[in-house]
Every structure is written in C-alpha cells, then in structure tokens.
Design a protein around this ligand. Structure first.
Ligand SMILES: Cc1ncc(COP(=O)(O)O)c(C=O)c1O
Length: 371
C-alpha cells in the first residue's frame, strides 16, 4: 500500500489513518535506555518485536545495543535480510521445517535461540548437523509468567543436553511478562524478586550439572529497573520503551527509571460530527485494543470503541469542546506492538506533531511475520 506521506511533507499532509513516530521523542527514548544500561554495565538487547523494522534496529545498535531480540523466526529472517546481523530468538521452535530455516539463517548471522524441552534441543542439534552454522542456546525458565519455560530444577539437565550435543550454552532466558503491567512499582519489584529467586535456583541446578551459566537475560519496559538492580541479570530485553503506549503510561513509574516519552501515534481525523459525539476514521484495524482503548493525545475526551474502522469521542471530564469535522486527532495506542503489526509503514516526523515535517518513511519489514 502507498505510504501515507512522503519525506518532506508537512504533518498536515499525512493521510489518515497513519502510524506516525515522533522521531525526536523516539531518539530520546533510545538514548536514555542505552545510557541506563551503560551506567549499570549491562548488555542491552532491545526486543525488535515492538518495531519489526531494520532501520530502527540500526538506530538501537548505533546507540550501543549488542543485538536485538525477536519472537518469531520470520521476524529474524526479515530483519537479517535488511542487515541486522546479531539476533536472539527469545522463543521456542520445535518444528523441523522451521529448524532447517533457522540453521540456514545461522550460517549468515550470529543467532541465538531459547529452548525449554529435550525434544526441542534434539531437533535443533539434528537441524544443525552437517552445517557449519552454530547457534547459542538459552534454556528458558518460567519465572512466574506461566508461559514457556521449565521449572528451575529442570534447567541443569537441559543445559547438559545442549552441551552434550556440542552446542554453545548461552545461559538462562528468564522473562517475567506478567510483571510488566502490574500498576504499582512495589508489586513489580516483588514479582521480580520472586523471579530472581527462581533464577538463582536454576543457576544452582546448572552448576550442579557441572556447567557454567554465562548470562541471564530477560526484562521488559515495566520491570527492567528491578532486573538491573538484582545483580544477576546481565542483559535487558525491553522493547516497548522505544515507543511507549497507553498501557505503559498507566504504570506507576519505577524510581530510577529513565523517562520514556510517548513516541508512537495514530494520526486520525474527524469524519462524522454530532452534537454529543464525533467519529474518527480509525478503528481497531488501525490500533490494537487487546490492552484497552487508546487515549487522545493532549485532550481528555472519552474514547469509545466504534468498531473496525471507527473510534467515537465524547466530551471528557474537563468538558473541552470536541474536535471539528476534518480536524486531526492523535491517538495514543493501547498497546504498541500489535498496533505496529497492523501497518505497512512508519511515518517519521521531525519537529513535533504540530509543526513538524516528515523525515522518514520506513517499511515495517517484519509485519505479519508470524511464522
Ligand atoms: C521474551 C520477551 N522479552 C522482552 C519483552 C519486552 O517487553 P516490553 O515490550 O514490554 O518491553 C517481551 C514482550 O512481550 C518478551 O516476550
């Protein structure tokens, strides 16, 4: 689909709905997270499932990231195709056909992958047999997320199996996803304290199998301050910090966390006007609502779901006038990652949403890369 704008256009000329990045805000977010990780002497490997875009990964790498994470093999392939050459797939793959793709990719870039089963490790080793490719393997433990990962006590046996196949054991994947949107910082701190205790138990299991655990990797935008303070995590995987969203804005900030600004917006316009409500030309095909509805940037209008193609605004607590027919309204998406996956392009604006100009139009390279 043709992008909603071209480089050099005014913000006013961006067609709607469009996924717009405030480049100044995004660059400050990148720099602040990089500075935090450097000050803590931690590796930063941002999760690229947030932006799925090689041009943005390049900015994170230039700011000091050691590589990027992805969640899907197809994401890794799309980013590698466009020059990203150090990728960690923070997810399990057991399918043989996918594992041969993974082996092919590993012959071109530096690749790591997570495992949480004996079958997965055996199949990965088989897929790599005969190829000169090598993959670094992280054993995932469940640190309270209730998703992938084994119990800490099972990690030593899996690490041993990785090493017995002649593969490089990278350490532990220990991401606590449920902690990210606990609203209170004390709750997030407690959830990560529990995760850290489980990581220590897993390290003991690995040591007693006679294997060294080189790295513990994990953390997201809601909790990374606590993983960083633990002294046990060596690498941070946060992704959403680069854009932020309404769900993260609803979190109570953590003491010591850098300030992250809202950098991702859906530009919409009022397409229908009534005395009690107005209707925008973007619904949940333009912004994901799995984490709740978007909010209007800078105004307190009440937002209602108008369906696939519409969003409805009513007066908010301040009673401020509703926007006029044709007026621009900037939505802050409820959840950044799946919102990005709905669009073909980012429109990057320099100089602010009011008077700025379009500086970059980036393809969302790994959009739809579910396999
Ligand atoms: C394994 C893993 N690591 C890191 C992240 C990054 O989290 P966030 O985007 O909330 O910073 C995620 C997000 O779901 C994840 O699944």
């Amino acid at each position: 689909m043709t992008p909603a704008a071209r480089a050099g256009d005014s913000v006013a000329a961006i067609d709607t709905p469009a996924l717009v990045i405030d480049l100044d805000a995004m660059e400050r977010n990148i720099a602040r997270m990089a500075a935090f990780a450097a000050a803590q002497r931690l590796r930063l490997r941002p999760h690229a499932k947030t932006h799925k875009c090689a041009a943005i990964a390049a900015l994170q790498l230039a700011a000091g990231a050691v590589g990027v994470c992805v969640q899907k093999l197809g994401e890794a392939e799309a980013l590698a195709e466009r020059g990203v050459n150090d990728i960690y797939l923070t997810n399990e793959i057991v399918d043989r056909a996918k594992l041969s793709r993974l082996a092919a990719l590993a012959s071109r870039i530096t690749l790591s992958v997570a495992v949480d089963s004996a079958l997965g490790i055996d199949r990965l080793a088989q897929a790599l047999k005969g190829s000169r490719a090598s993959v670094t393997v992280f054993v995932e433990i469940d640190v309270g997320h209730g998703r992938c990962g084994v119990a800490p006590a099972a990690s030593g046996a899996l690490a041993h199996q990785v090493v017995s196949h002649g593969m490089r054991f990278g350490g532990l994947q220990a991401y606590q996803g449920r902690a990210q949107h606990l609203r209170g910082d004390a709750e997030r701190s407690a959830a990560i304290a529990h995760a850290v205790a489980l990581v220590r138990a897993a390290q003991a299991s690995i040591t007693s199998a006679g294997i060294a655990c080189p790295l513990v990797t994990g953390a997201g935008t809601g909790s990374f301050v606590h993983e960083a303070a633990s002294g046990i995590y060596g690498e941070l995987q946060a992704g959403s910090y680069i854009f932020m969203d309404r769900d993260y804005a609803d979190n109570q900030p953590s003491a010591g966390a850098p300030l992250f600004e809202q950098a991702l917006f859906v530009k919409t316009q009022v397409m229908s006007w009534g005395t009690s409500h107005v209707v925008l030309d973007a619904g949940h095909k333009a912004h994901a609502i799995d984490s709740g509805l978007p909010v209007v940037w800078g105004r307190d209008h009440a937002v209602a779901n108008g369906g696939d193609e519409h969003t409805v605004l009513r007066r908010g607590p301040s009673g401020a006038e509703l926007p006029a027919l044709g007026e621009t309204v900037w939505l802050v998406p409820g959840h950044c990652d799946p919102t990005v996956n709905l669009h073909d392009h980012f429109i990057g604006v320099r100089g602010g949403l009011d008077d700025g100009r379009v500086e970059s139009v980036w393809a969302i390279d790994a959009r739809g890369a579910l396999r």
